[in-house]
Design a protein around this ligand. Structure first.
Ligand code: FES
Length: 106
């Protein structure tokens, strides 16, 4: 297992770096760091409390599926092409250097 370097901006604008273990979801890695990601559905793609913004120029995380877009677009804080559910992003070596920002809570 490889540790993936991640940079995160929290809701107060504080930036921190940490590593997440390959195979974890980004949501799990953020929670392991003690960051305030509620993830109330536990990764079942039904709560959107794990909403993040993918940083510009960041590693490619792929596109959300239709269900994810439907859920995210109900949020007042949805940003097209930038919003993702962190529980739907699996950490892989190709994501090293990923930068995410915690979206405001609805
Ligand atoms: S943890 Fe609920 S949608 Fe991601």
């Amino acid at each position: 297992m490889v540790d993936i370097a991640i940079e995160v901006t929290d809701r107060k604008g504080r930036v921190s770096q940490f590593t997440g273990t390959e195979g974890l979801t980004l949501m799990e890695a953020l929670k392991n760091q003690g960051l305030p990601v509620a993830a109330t559905c536990g990764g079942a793609k039904s709560c959107a409390t794990c909403h993040v913004y993918i940083g510009e120029g960041s590693a490619p995380v792929g596109l959300p599926d239709e269900d994810e877009v439907d859920l995210l677009s109900e949020s007042d804080h949805y940003r097209e092409r930038v919003s993702r559910l962190s529980c739907q992003i699996v950490l892989l070596p190709a994501l090293a250097g990923l930068h995410v920002e915690l979206a405001p809570q609805d």
